[in-house]
Design a protein around this ligand. Sequence first.
Ligand SMILES: *Cc1c(COP(=O)(O)O)cnc(C)c1O
Length: 835
Amino acid sequence: MTAKKKGSLAAASALAELPSLPMDAPSLRTAFRHYFAYNLGRDKYCRSVYYLYLALALTVRDRLIERWKNTRYTHLESKCKHSYYLSLEFLMGRTLGNAMLNLGMTDAASIALHELGVILEELSDAEHDAGLGNGGLGRLAACFLDSCATLQLPVMGYGIRYEYGMFRQRIDDGKQVEEPDHWLREGNPWEVARPEYTQRVCYGGRSEFYQTCDGRTAVRWVDTKDVLAVPYDVPIPGYRNGTVNTLRLWKAAATDEFDLGEFNAGSYPESVAAKNAAENITMVLYPNDASENGKELRLRQQYFLASASLQDVLARWKALHKNGFNDFASMNCFQLNDTHPSCAVPELMRLLMDEHGLGWDQAWEITSETMAYTNHTLLPEALEKWPVHLFRQLLPRILDIIFEINARYLREVAHRWPGDHERLRRMSIIEEGETPQVRMAYLAVAASFSVNGVAELHSRLLTEGLFRDFYELWPKKFNNKTNGATPRRWLALCNPRLSSLITDTIGDKWIADLSEVLRLSDHAGDAALRERWHSVKRQNKERLAALVKSECGITLSPDALFDVQVKRIHEYKRQLLNVLHIIHLYDRIKRGDTADWTNRCVLIGGKAAPGYFMAKLIIKLINNVAKVINEDDEIGDLLKVVFFPNYRVSALEVICPGTDLSEQISTAGKEASGTSNMKFMMNGALTIGTLDGANIEILEEVGEENFFRFGLDSAQVENLRKHYDPSGTINGDPDLARVIQLLKSSYFNMFEPGIFDPLINSITSPRDPWVTVADFRSYVDTQQLVSQSYRDKDRWSQMSILNTAHSGKFSTDRTIAEYNNEIWKLKPVQPHPIA
Ligand SMILES: *Cc1c(COP(=O)(O)O)cnc(C)c1O
């Protein structure tokens, strides 16, 4: 980077300087036409709106790129501290609309296209979601990047460029069918390949001791099978501030010599076929949310991300700092998004020692001062463990280092608690047993200077449970960072009608500072505002009803209460409890118990991990129940049930503005935070929720009178387990007994005998970990209160306004400001203005 350039390259500095690109409507129209005709080579016979979308994307991309370059220059010149957000998932969704919003060019683009007879929304809808994540954890990473850029923090995201993202979900005979999501097939205008920054990642082989020229004994990793990591950069614009940060995604590619060896052995086709093995590493996203399954390819992916990203950071550091690694720890920070990238701990040790010649102590000081770890779950099935034998075979040098980290850290434990062998066994990074395993969470905690949970309750439960021993040893490491959602995508972009109304009422400062929405509470008593608020919600419900009509063929009346639960399908999230309530409402209608009825449309959506039998069965049950209810002429508009297929970011952008009631009904103590609860709140939905995750903080912000709380709290759930008696509960509650009877009578599976028995058995078992029926009465009573409340439209609108008004805390701008003030300690950097 500092080397003098020669020849044509010397001209690069001048070549890169161009006059700034105009953003007025006529200029945008000219650029758009140019891209359509010349770059894409389309003409009047074009038959796909996709090319119109691409022409606009390229127009917007140019304007991103000039701000991107300015941001990069300023970061280099200011020699600022950087943070790196390492995540196996970035659930970005669509980019075009968000980029135009953040650059402030939506209106000009809309006008430019309108004059050509082109409708902006149609183009935006042609974009494929970038579904490089499963759910909350991946979407959080995407929201974080938006907030880092908006706060002008020098943060870079590192992830994997999966060829196939989250599978597309189709519903066939009520069952989930997975289809591959080849999202890159038509090209991706939002990435720039940077093969010049390719890294090399090693697998297999063995560790070897050798003498260095200065006489030290050192270790090298030899006989490895290597894979290339090629970076693709994605621009991340801040909100109207000139900053464009970078998300760097790695793609695996075969090395040249990989082929040559085979070629010399005379098996050319085999050698070319072997390229696949290398390229398979980044082929597909693992579709498991909150559960791990020990697959070798998954560990390969995790190490691939960690190794490529750290080598990239170290290479940049070396190029700029001739005097070694003395300042490295004070200038760099790595945030690990769950344990998925936690191979970064031993990998940084390896690179510093084996590649850069540092001793253990200096390498450890750097590693333990730069690594910070975020835990996302307490569910035991989600805690990553890898068999030691797998590590030994795939990453032998990394295993050496993990053993050494463990030995040294256990010495610290033994010193603190002499003779407490039970504790040593408990706290060891290596779990003993028939198949010894590496406990990745313990590795991450032992090496990190900060360990955080993602909501107050979750962070407290971590220190009382999973990390209790570690909390005793290092109390100061542990902290909370309550999650959030970006108000740009989740309000300004997805809900233009409500955004305009908010801006009309309190001005537009809320977009970059969501705490401003509190000013809406001064207007919640204003009858005219309530009326307009109600009318906006109604139009958004019409938009949602139109989407449901086109996706599922079901007609929803916007006069009904829109009751929505969208999230991954998981037993702990208790979609089953929602179904029990639906069946109860159906039963009431059939009994004629419909005095003072509130019409309801219940919409449920979400994907099940392909190998998660119970979750897939829940999807089938929802679809069967929906079919019976929707086809029953006696029911009509009183109750409609929809299973929304292929739930994803772009679907939620239509769903959350049109929702009246947000279902957040997990078993207390199980949902670490939740983030859809926050997105719904911003959009004026009321929550029916348990005292779990961030629901508790939502309730604190908005107040009991504007929140429908129900169910046991986390302490009560734990107490109940000892004497849980679902049969007693069912026998003691006639409504619940009727619901269970309907299920047992095969009412919803007349021609599929017994298929739902596993679900019935699970909720009627005293060992049901999710104590579903324990919360039934409280849930149904609270839903009755919801129905009553909804009948007072004016009061409901007031509560809705107050929910938006008190959602300020749940902006990721607040979350990221806390990460920065307490963990990263970066200074904001303001890029030079555009030429
Ligand atoms: C926000 C979001 C989630 C997280 O939802 P939870 O209800 O918090 O689990 C999952 N998927 C998508 C597409 C999201 O946007």
